[in-house]
Design a protein around this ligand. Structure first.
Ligand code: ATP
Ligand code: MG
Length: 423
C-alpha cells in the first residue's frame, strides 16, 4: 500500500459533522447583513502581490512574513489573499463601484497566512467581512458596530466584549509617532528584537506586540488618544455617544492599533476571554485613504472582518443550537429490483409535493433488518417502509423512530398529507 497523502499543516478539512454549525452562522449573518442593506461581493483568492504590499503595508507581519507568494508562469508575483479588504477595494475601483456612490458590501471566504499553526491560528482560515464606501461620519461606524452586536445576540453568543480606539488623522499619528519613538528609545534595553526593528520602521506596531515581557513598557507609553486632532476627537465622541445611546457597552483601549497600516480614526475589536491567547474574534476600522492609495478616487471607508474558526470554537464551547440537517425520513425498500424502482418513484412524488422534505432513500439493497438499522443511525424522525405487501397495495408504511407509536400505512397522497403536518 502506498503512503497516504495528508492535508497541509494549518489547512483544515471541514467535516460533515462540523458543517451545520458553519451553515448556521453563515445563514444568520447573511440574513442580518442583508437586513442592513449589504450586498455580497466575491473576489478571487489570488491577487497581484503588489496589491497587498501597497495596502496592508510593507513593514507589517502579514507582508513581511505571512504571505503565500509565488511566481506565475509569466513571472508575475502573485499571492494568496491574506485578507479581504485590499481585494474588495481593488475590485471596487476596477468596476467603478465607488465613484459618487455609497456601497455596503460583504464577503465570505478563505484567507491564507503562513503563521505558526496553533489553537485559533491557521494557515487557511475563513472570514466574513463587510466594507462600507462613501460615508465618512461616525454614524456609519456606529451602525456597523450595532450590526455586529446584533450578530452576537442572534447567534446566542456570550462572553464577547467590544474595545474601541481612535487612531486620528495621518498628521496626528505622525506627531504622536515622535513621542512614541522618544519614549521607547529612552529604554532600548527593555525592547525585544522585533520591537527594536519596529522602532525604526513602524513604532506604533510595538503597541500591538503580544510579547508578555513588553506589556508593562507598553502600558506606560504615551497615548495616541491624547494627541488626536480636533476632528478625530469629535468623530470619536460622536461614535461613543451613539453606542451609549444604543446601550452597547465598550471599553476604550488606547493601545488598540491593529496589525495593518491602512487604518485611521475608528478602530475596534470584539474579544473574548474564553479562547485563550487568540481571543480576537472580529476586528475592523476606518481606512479613508486606502482607496486613493490603491489608485482610486479619494473615498472614505470602514469595514471589519471576523474570524469564523474562532467564532465556531466559541459557539461550540457555549453549545448554542445549530441547524438540523438530519433527514426527516429514511425510506426502506425491502424487495426486488422492481420494488426498488417503484420506491424511487414514490420518493420523487414526495419530493415534488414537499420541497422542504429531507428524505434519504435506501440504495444498495440488503435485508429489512439491515436497512432498519441504517434508518436508526441516520438520525431520521421517521422510517418509511415499502415491502412486498405495501407494494401490492400501492402504499407506504410510516414508523416513528423517536416515539413508540403504532405504525401507520398510507397511500402516497395520504403520506404527503401526514408529512406536511409533521415535518
Ligand atoms: P491577530 O491579532 O489574532 O493575529 P490580526 O490582527 O492578524 O489578528 P486581522 O487581520 O484583523 O487579524 O483578521 C481579522 C480576524 O481574522 C481576527 O480577529 C481573527 O479572528 C481572524 N484571524 C486572523 N488571522 C487568523 C489565523 N491565522 N487563523 C485564524 N483566524 C485568524
Ligand atoms: Mg495576525
Amino acid at each position: 500500500m502506498s503512503k497516504s497523502i495528508q492535508a497541509i499543516r494549518g489547512m483544515n478539512d471541514l467535516l460533515p459533522t462540523q458543517a451545520p454549525r458553519w451553515q448556521t452562522i453563515e445563514t444568520t449573518l447573511r440574513t442580518i447583513l442583508e437586513s442592513y442593506g449589504y450586498q455580497e461581493i466575491r473576489m478571487p483568492i489570488v491577487e497581484k502581490t503588489e496589491l497587498f504590499c501597497r495596502s496592508i503595508g510593507e513593514v507589517t507581519d502579514i507582508v513581511e512574513k505571512e504571505m503565500y507568494t509565488f511566481a506565475d508562469r509569466n513571472g508575475d508575483s502573485l499571492s494568496l489573499r491574506p485578507e479581504g479588504t485590499a481585494c474588495c477595494v481593488r475590485a471596487g475601483i476596477e468596476h467603478g463601484l465607488f465613484y459618487n456612490q455609497i456601497q455596503r458590501l460583504w464577503y465570505m471566504g478563505p484567507m491564507f497566512r503562513h503563521e505558526r499553526p496553533q489553537k485559533g491560528r491557521l494557515r487557511q482560515f475563513h472570514q466574513i467581512g463587510a466594507e462600507v464606501y462613501g460615508l465618512a461620519g461616525a454614524d456609519i461606524d456606529a451602525e456597523l458596530i450595532l450590526m455586529l452586536a446584533r450578530f452576537w445576540k442572534l447567534l446566542g453568543l456570550q462572553d464577547i466584549s467590544l474595545q474601541i480606539n481612535s487612531l486620528g488623522s495621518a498628521n496626528a499619528r505622525a506627531m504622536y509617532r515622535e513621542h512614541l519613538v522618544a519614549y521607547f528609545s529612552a529604554q532600548p534595553h527593555l525592547l525585544d528584537e522585533d520591537s527594536k526593528r519596529r522602532l525604526q520602521t513602524n513604532p506604533l506596531r510595538i503597541l500591538d506586540s503580544k510579547n508578555p515581557d513588553l506589556q508593562s513598557l507598553i502600558q506606560g507609553a504615551p497615548q495616541l488618544l491624547d494627541h488626536l486632532d480636533a476632528e478625530s476627537q469629535a468623530h470619536f465622541a460622536e461614535l461613543r455617544a451613539i453606542l451609549d445611546a444604543a446601550g452597547v457597552s465598550y471599553t476604550v483601549n488606547p493601545r488598540l492599533v491593529r496589525g495593518l497600516d491602512y487604518y485611521n480614526r475608528t478602530v475596534f475589536e470584539w474579544v473574548t476571554q474564553s479562547l485563550g491567547a487568540q481571543g480576537t474574534v472580529c476586528a475592523g476600522g476606518r481606512y479613508d485613504s486606502l482607496v486613493e492609495q490603491i489608485g482610486g478616487q479619494s473615498t472614505p471607508a470602514i469595514g471589519f472582518a471576523l474570524g469564523l474558526e474562532r467564532l465556531v470554537a466559541l459557539l461550540e464551547q457555549q453549545a448554542t443550537p445549530v441547524r438540523d440537517t438530519s433527514p426527516h425520513a429514511y425510506f426502506i425498500l425491502a424487495g426486488n429490483e422492481a420494488l426498488v424502482r417503484q420506491g424511487l418513484l414514490f420518493a420523487e412524488q414526495l419530493r415534488d409535493a414537499l420541497p422542504q422534505l429531507r428524505i434519504v432513500t435506501h440504495c444498495g439493497g440488503g435485508s429489512f433488518k439491515n436497512q432498519f438499522k441504517r434508518a436508526d443511525k441516520s438520525g431520521a424522525r421517521f422510517a418509511l417502509i415499502l415491502g412486498e405487501e405495501e407494494w401490492a397495495n400501492q402504499q407506504i408504511t410510516l414508523k416513528s423512530l423517536r416515539q413508540t407509536e403504532a405504525q401507520q400505512t398510507f397511500s402516497v397522497a395520504g403520506l404527503i398529507e401526514y408529512l406536511a403536518q409533521h415535518i
